[in-house]
Design a protein around this ligand. Sequence first.
Ligand SMILES: NC(=O)c1ccc[n+]([C@@H]2O[C@H](COP(=O)([O-])OP(=O)(O)OC[C@H]3O[C@@H](n4cnc5c(N)ncnc54)[C@H](OP(=O)(O)O)[C@@H]3O)[C@@H](O)[C@H]2O)c1
Length: 371
Amino acid sequence: MAPSGVWARTLGLGRWQLAPWASRRRVRPVATLSAARAQCEALVYRKHGDPLDVIQLENFKLSQLGDSDIQIQMLAAPINPSDINMVQGTYPILLDFPAVGGNEGVGQVLEIGSKVTNVKRGDWVIPSDAGLGTWRTEAVGHVNNFIKIPNTIPLQCAATLSINPCTAYRMLYDFESLKPGDSVIQNAANSGVGQAIIQIAKDMRLKTINIIRDRPDKKQLSDCLKEMGADLVITEEELRTPEMKELFKQKVPRPRLALNGVGGKSATEMLRHLEKGGTIVTYGGMAKQPVTIPVSTLIFKDVKIRGFWMTQWKRDHGHGLLQEMISQLCGFIQAGKLKAPMCTEVQFQNYQTALKAANTPFISSKQILIM
Ligand SMILES: NC(=O)c1ccc[n+]([C@@H]2O[C@H](COP(=O)([O-])OP(=O)(O)OC[C@H]3O[C@@H](n4cnc5c(N)ncnc54)[C@H](OP(=O)(O)O)[C@@H]3O)[C@@H](O)[C@H]2O)c1
């Protein structure tokens, strides 16, 4: 099927463009929902390892619907780097075997337990915490483990809402009190988190300096990120050049906040450009290299070195605040301020293609399994 999403790669051309059909996706009527079943199909693993080696599509038994449970039909679920790390056994959350892959996604309610009053059949819900195992066709769980969202937002936005946009939102609001005109620097700017940062920062009237890795289609990617709201898009190599000083004199103020999803040299270079007393927040380590902090940035700039994990925030702050943030993000989506990440829809049965693509560098496309 054709790749879909708000940002979709035009087949054959390799260009990113706004996909007009994404905002017109119709809500699935309740009448067409299939009946709740006792088992589902799921991407199951029984040992840790390379997802392509250890994951299989299998029939998977569903728990019986309890009074406070809901049964959902999964509609779509992305493949995120942390999902891969979980299957590899290198993530702080590890599930008991047999385990189902995937931590986020959107489902439609098929059945509700007798005591459930806050959701009804046909509603869309997203998991409120990691560990559900979203790469499956159906799931049963306590209603409190889900958050209801409007079923009028684009499917790709709903499927990718609970992790990356939330992470971007929290990092922009919780570490520095930024005011319009301030700037934020980030690496992995084309990642799912990075794209959400660009769009939410734009709403906050902040300037963003966006670092990407050099690539043959750099101009197209840069144009695409600028269309989303990025002010500057530069490569990791350009970040190391003396011209950066001029850029901070003429185009944007030095950033008060640096958001690091990469680590290694990329993080060190961002640190060098931070404003005095600024903060670097590490949320990902895609380069698998430690963050080296130049001594001068500590002594002469007194920068703050922080970290952030969305899962921990959810556990510390509870359902109410999470629900509030999700409602606000849904409002952004409905107002056209927050679009889904550049993505490719892949039919659930073709999960191996999606897993391969999710592990391919420079692809700039979130793989979304469609159930
Ligand atoms: N702490 C939290 O709560 C939290 C929440 C969400 C995500 N994360 C983490 O944030 C990171 C990004 O997640 P995502 O879902 O946004 O990812 P994504 O959409 O899959 O994008 C992956 C990004 O990583 C970059 N990348 C891959 N390998 C790299 C390398 N060796 N060196 C430098 N960059 C590399 C890619 O750049 P290219 O296009 O150049 O390959 C791309 O920008 C992951 O580490 C994820 O686990 C953390």
